[in-house]
Design a protein around this ligand. Structure first.
Ligand code: OOB
Length: 560
């Protein structure tokens, strides 16, 4: 297994194989098999292209061969930061075939996150788009390389704009020639890619997912969602996130021979038009985006849309309020499925035969019969059935450790291998989970996860900030927004200035505090040197959000 990763103990691996969960198929072989079975069916659609399964397969081969010519091979890490274009899928499968590992970055990430990912993983290459929504990824990539001294190759999907040091992906593919080219034969039990965690302490952690475990979660999810060759799935969220990738996501659709349509953004104007044009049957959203869709259709600007093809709207990534959940069928005319998942593994779904109230009020139940669930108190003791506690889990597709993070792993996983999710849940008698809150230090901004530590570290870099504590404040639209309490040095910076400062440091926009409040001092938090965590709790208690909080802006829906 890739160095820096924690394998499942052999007795668990044996059990998962015996029960048929881990089948020994690699992601590269998975696509090859689908290309044989569904050759001329449409696999992938974006704004400009429609690729059949056969075409996607051939492109993945050529790109793999071209990447091999650049010297990229088994075990190499490649940071992939692409929007929802067909190449995001092509590049991933090319890398899988080489046994090289995609490290998935979100399109919203900026220089700070990308530099970190490239250096932390010693990436051999970085793959970016040219420009999107007014942002130039090429310039960012070159800055990353200047700052970190790597990665060796920067590949651009689209136009390099003539900048030296950038390689167009198209040329890599052309140089891969026409043959099946260079493909390795990776071990299906080994790591296929690294997925980003939302993060709690400091910098984001990387989650190593194996071919075996990931394909099992994909198959199980596709089965629960009853996908088939008639499925037309709209990837509205960024395709590199675990939800639209595997729950059941585009991989689940490929496993069933359906069609994936990539949306450039999750907004109702874009997506509801695509539902009509492409006869979409399934899609997945975070709660704020779902709320915008409901309002747009319910007497809003998209009321005229014909959504009759839509069968299932999945909502997950953050808690979906029951009142909004109950509007889905009457307004959109389709079924709701709640999805409570995590990039570390465990995914829960409400099922199509669950009573309507179960679908509206729970976050589903585990995908696998071998997902082990524990709900514990702060001492780690099981709480009585139905009581609130922290969710711990282990199973055939939940990782046993983060990549290169032994110290963090000792905290995030129990001695017997359960992942401490940090989510506060209760179980219902039917085994469904209800997410009631969170024990972890993370802010869930409408599905986008923010680690307070990471933002505080950046804030402390400002000369006018003596100390900082970033906390969540409740918000009717996003569920939570971020508020930075700062103890200023002198007059202290205004929010606008701080926001500019953080952007300048290359921090993703969704991590920039929505509010900044200056205080004279932080409340005392017990004795001695205070931990950031204690400080945040004290700040939260002393400055509970009040009626003066600004009303939420009708922002663009966030993308996890
Ligand atoms: C998904 O994955 P991540 O890794 O971005 O975030 C996981 C965390 C969970 O631990 C939980 O705190 C929160 O996001 N969460 C939910 C939720 N779904 C995720 N909280 C309440 N209700 C829900 N339905 O967010 C993710 C991965 C795969 C599928 C769906 C979501």
């Amino acid at each position: 297994m890739l160095a820096g990763c924690t394998p499942w103990p052999p007795e668990f691996a044996d059990r998962y194989r015996e029960r048929g969960y881990w089948t020994g198929e690699t992601l590269g072989a998975f696509l090859r098999d689908r290309a044989h079975r569904f050759a001329e069916r449409t696999a992938l659609v974006d704004a400009d292209r429609r690729w059949s399964y056969a075409e996607l397969d051939t492109r993945a081969d050529r790109t793999a061969a071209g990447l091999a010519r650049l010297g990229i091979g088994a075990g190499d890490r490649v940071v992939v930061q692409l929007p929802n274009v067909c190449e995001v899928v092509e590049v991933a499968f090319a890398l899988f075939r080489l046994g090289a590992l995609p490290v998935y970055a979100l399109p919203a990430h900026r220089r700070a996150e990308i530099s970190y990912l490239c250096s932390f993983t010693d990436a051999a290459a970085l793959v970016v788009a040219d420009t999107r929504a007014g942002f130039d990824y090429r310039d960012m990539a070159l800055q990353v390389r200047a700052e970190t001294g790597g990665p060796e190759h920067v590949l651009v999907v689209g136009d390099t704009g003539g900048r030296p040091g950038l390689t167009p992906l198209e040329r890599v593919r052309e140089q891969g020639g026409a043959g099946p080219g260079a493909t390795a034969d990776p071990d299906p039990a080994d790591v296929a890619f690294l997925q980003l965690s939302g993060g709690t302490t400091g910098l984001p952690k990387l989650i190593p997912r194996t071919h075996d475990d990931y394909l099992y979660s994909v198959r199980a999810s596709a089965e629960i969602c009853a996908l088939d060759t008639g499925t037309v799935y709209l990837a509205a969220l960024p395709a590199v996130h675990n939800f639209p990738m595997s729950s059941p996501g585009f991989l689940g659709v490929f496993s069933a021979g359906g069609t994936v349509v990539l949306a450039p953004d999750p907004g109702p104007a874009t997506c509801l038009a695509l539902i009509e044009e492409e006869a979409i049957t399934h899609t997945a959203l975070v709660p704020p985006a779902a709320m915008l869709w409901l309002d747009a259709v319910d007497g809003g600007s998209q009321a005229h849309r014909d959504l009759s093809s839509l069968r299932v709207l999945q909502v997950g990534g953050a808690k979906f309020a029951p009142e909004a959940a109950r509007r889905v069928r009457p307004v959109l005319g389709c079924a709701l499925q709640q999805v409570f998942g995590m990039a570390e593994g465990l995914v829960n779904y409400t099922r199509d035969d669950d009573p309507a109230e179960t679908v509206a009020t729970t976050q589903g139940r585990p995908a696998s019969p071998d997902d082990e669930i524990r709900v514990v108190d702060s001492d780690g003791t099981d709480v009585p059935p139905g009581a609130l506690g922290e969710l711990q889990t282990r199973g055939p597709y939940t990782v046993r450790g983060y990549y290169r993070a032994p110290e963090h792993n000792a905290e995030a996983f129990t001695a017997d291998g359960f992942y401490r999710t940090g989510d506060l849940v209760r179980t219902t008698p039917t085994g469904h989970l209800v997410v009631e809150g969170r024990a972890k230090d993370q802010i869930n901004r409408g599905g986008e996860k923010v680690a307070p530590d990471e933002v505080e570290d950046h804030l402390l870099g400002h000369p006018g900030v003596h100390d900082a504590a970033v906390v969540a404040v409740p918000d009717p639209f996003l569920g939570e927004r971020t508020c930075a309490y700062i103890v200023p040095r002198g007059a202290g910076p205004a929010r606008g200035e701080l926001a500019g400062f953080l952007r300048e440091r290359g921090l993703a926009a969704y991590k920039i505090p929505d509010r900044v409040e200056a205080v004279d001092a932080f409340p005392a938090t017990g004795v001695g040197k205070v931990s950031r965590r204690e400080l945040r709790e004290a700040v939260r208690a002393a400055h509970a959000p009040d009626a003066h909080a600004p009303p939420p802006a009708p922002a663009a829906p966030p993308q996890p």
